[in-house]
Design a protein. Structure first.
Length: 117
């Protein structure tokens, strides 16, 4: 009857050369470092997007404030609307005439806000 030796896992074997164990550990550390680097890049990208959204919101608010100032203290409503049109026209956000609700401001707002009715 032949005696079988138990199968030892790589880390359980006291005979496994230390150098090979160190190489395996080094590979794990390099992988960990790459994961951390990737996560940091994703965080930087998310922070950049958040900052950009903040700037967009700020600029739109300032454009509306400038329009209000133009209406109250400047040349009136027609001139004030130029601020609104310039804000929308640059990024091509003026609604097309054939869009749904393009002739009814409240219906257009209700249908296109972040949580439509």
């Amino acid at each position: 009857m032949e005696m079988q030796m138990p199968v030892l896992e790589l880390w359980d074997s006291p005979l496994h050369p230390l150098e090979e164990r160190l190489e395996m550990a080094k590979g794990g550390i390099e992988f960990r470092d790459k994961v951390i680097e990737n996560l940091r890049a994703q965080l930087d990208q998310a922070n950049s997007g958040i900052q950009m959204m903040g700037r967009i919101m700020h600029n739109n608010t300032v454009a509306m404030q400038a329009a209000w100032i133009e209406w109250v203290h400047g040349d009136g409503a027609e001139s004030a609307m130029q601020w609104i049109e310039n804000t929308l026209d640059g990024p091509d956000l003026i609604p097309d005439d054939d869009e749904p609700h393009s002739r009814d401001s409240q219906a257009y707002f209700d249908a296109n806000k972040t949580e439509p009715k």
